[in-house]
Design a protein around this ligand. Structure first.
Ligand code: ZN
Length: 562
């Protein structure tokens, strides 16, 4: 393990202002003593990503991402801890050298390179597997060009290579392998980083087995959520032609490359993430989505459209009318089939309208209403691009035999969140209009206005629901955001989302009044209990007097707030 002197880390943290660093990636807005913005690590439309300059941390109530400035750079750039330190060091003119870290990295690359060579060698000696690939349409040249391999049954190849390189069991585990070889019996597809170094494998079962495809687990050098398959060889083409084709699977992206369309990449079984998008942004702003034409593929396409548009990409969708995916189209129709699918691409706004229109009976007014309600959310997605928005209205108008202006005005009466799409519901939370309660304000003030919070005097047992539990933990100590349980975290997130105002004297005054009233009501309830149990008339009278006094106080407060 490599040690970096603690004082250097502290110095780097101190000199890198967390708000400044994060602002390089995220638009932040000041709320009280914190900053907030849209989380770069998950898709959202209302900000739940907070940065606290006093505590020097960030925290997302949506996905739970949190940490200090080093962790942020690590997460957003998808680099190791030490690399993040190095990067932040450079930012403020502090040079740090890590030789041991470099050794681990180069060992990792050697391990994967040698293991890959072993797999390739096994394939060379397995004519039945070569035949299998040939049946899938790959010729000898392609089999060697794409560096396919094969992992034999009961393979111990990872362990063998590890032994050769004197890699310990612990280290091997960090590299993604335990006692066995999870790829046994599978065709091996090398997964490379952006510089062409093998960092992981994909394995396809031969014949019918499950799972059909298997990816390496995430390791210190490989993260599925930030790796794009074939980006290393596609990036120059993407830059030159100024668009990228994004597919779903290994064989789909290989189909494009085999057809000579080399600006294609694939995600590794995940939806497009911001980190994928930041990578692509270096090369282009134009995307053709070429996912499967089945319902899972369409769902993924819709989700990806939303993610890409949130980063202002231009998105069109390839039209696979002749097959279920790129692999099949290439197999049946060759390069022309793929070119045709690209030529017939639909712009994302047309695609969205068309897909949703198939979900509803548009000959019936109720069907039309639900259709429009579900499109309202998409109207917001396309809003940043006037041409797209115009096409969007026109396409809807033509489907409904109406006029663009009529459709436009109908949308102005629909709010985006009132409808829930039946086909597109992943990642969309139901956001009903929620009116914040005192409980919500208290949480909001606790996190954003710690000084004001200290002026509030209340005991948690006058609060309702989760808030009571929260303040029992939080009231006296300084709870840091990442200490919260998942459950508590989502409660806090909900509270924070409901409020979008500066807390001023007036707001504070109302909260104080409500707290006072609740305190009195609690006292009244206690007295009522005592009255029920009272044994003497004297005792009862004293209690009744006290109760009257409290009711009077309560009315006074109520009156003063009107
Ligand atoms: Zn998040």
């Amino acid at each position: 393990m490599i040690m970096i002197p603690k004082d250097i880390i502290e110095k780097i943290k101190e000199k890198n202002d967390i708000v400044e660093v994060i602002s390089e990636y995220v638009n932040l807005q000041k709320v009280g003593s914190n900053y907030r913005g849209l989380c770069p690590f998950h898709l959202e439309t209302s900000p739940s990503f907070y940065v606290s300059p006093t505590k020097n941390i960030y925290h997302c109530f949506g996905c739970g991402a949190s940490g200090d400035v080093i962790k942020f750079v690590q997460q957003i750039e998808n680099i190791s801890y030490t690399e993040a330190i190095k990067k932040l060091g450079e930012r403020v003119g502090i040079t740090v050298n890590f030789t041991e870290e470099d050794e681990t990295r180069s060992l990792y690359y050697s391990f994967y390179k040698q293991l890959h060579q072993e797999y390739i060698a096994v394939l060379g000696k397995s004519p039945n597997i070569v035949d299998y690939l040939k049946k899938r349409g790959f010729n000898e040249r392609e089999i060697s060009l794409y560096e396919f391999g094969f992992s034999p049954s009961n393979s111990q190849l990872p362990q063998k290579v590890a032994q050769r390189l004197q890699i310990s069991k612990e280290m091997l585990e960090k590299f993604g392998f335990g006692h066995s070889d999870p790829f046994s019996g599978r065709v091996i597809i090398p997964i490379k980083d952006d510089y062409g170094r093998v960092i992981a494998f994909g394995g396809r079962v031969v014949g019918d087995g499950v799972p059909k495809y298997l990816n390496s687990q995430d390791t210190l050098m490989f993260k599925k959520t930030s790796t794009l398959f074939m980006l290393d060889s596609a990036k120059e083409y993407i830059k030159e032609i100024d668009y990228v084709i994004i597919c779903e699977g290994y064989f789909d992206v290989l189909a494009f490359h085999r057809a000579g369309i080399k600006n294609a990449v694939a995600t590794l079984g995940t939806a497009l993430t911001k980190s994928h998008i930041y990578k692509l942004k270096k090369y282009t702003n134009n995307v053709i989505l070429a996912f499967d034409s089945d319902s899972a593929g369409i769902k993924a396409t819709l989700r990806n459209i939303e993610t890409l548009l949130s980063e202002k990409f231009n998105v069109v969708v390839a039209n696979f009318s002749k097959g279920k995916d790129a692999d099949e189209v290439y197999f049946k129709f060759g390069s022309n089939g793929l070119l045709e699918a690209l030529d017939n691409s639909e712009s994302s706004e047309i695609f969205v309208v068309n897909v949703l229109s198939r979900e509803y009976d548009l000959s019936n007014p109720n069907g039309v209403n639900t259709f429009l309600r579900n499109l309202a959310k998409w109207k917001n997605v396309f809003e940043f691009n006037p041409t797209a928005l115009d096409n969007f209205y026109k396409r809807i108008a033509s489907l409904l035999n109406s006029e663009k202006e009529v459709i436009k005005s109908r949308f102005s009466t629909i709010t985006a969140d009132s409808g829930k799409s039946t086909i597109y519901n992943a990642q969309i939370e139901e956001r009903k209009v929620k009116i914040p309660k005192t409980e919500d304000y208290l949480v909001y003030i606790y996190f954003n206005y710690p000084d004001l919070f200290k002026t509030l005097d209340f005991s948690p047992d006058i609060l309702e629901g989760k808030a009571r539990e929260f303040f029992l933990i939080a009231k006296d100590l300084n709870v840091s955001l990442e200490q919260l349980s998942k459950d508590m975290g989502s409660f806090v997130k909900e509270c924070l989302e409901k409020i979008d105002i500066e807390v001023d004297e007036k707001v504070l005054e109302n909260i104080k009044k409500d707290l006072q009233i609740r305190k009195i009501e609690k006292r009244i309830a206690e007295i009522d209990e005592l009255i029920k149990k009272s044994v003497s008339t004297d005792e009862r009278n004293i209690l009744l007097n006290a109760r009257m006094e409290l009711v009077k106080q309560k009315n006074m407060i109520n009156k003063s707030s009107k």
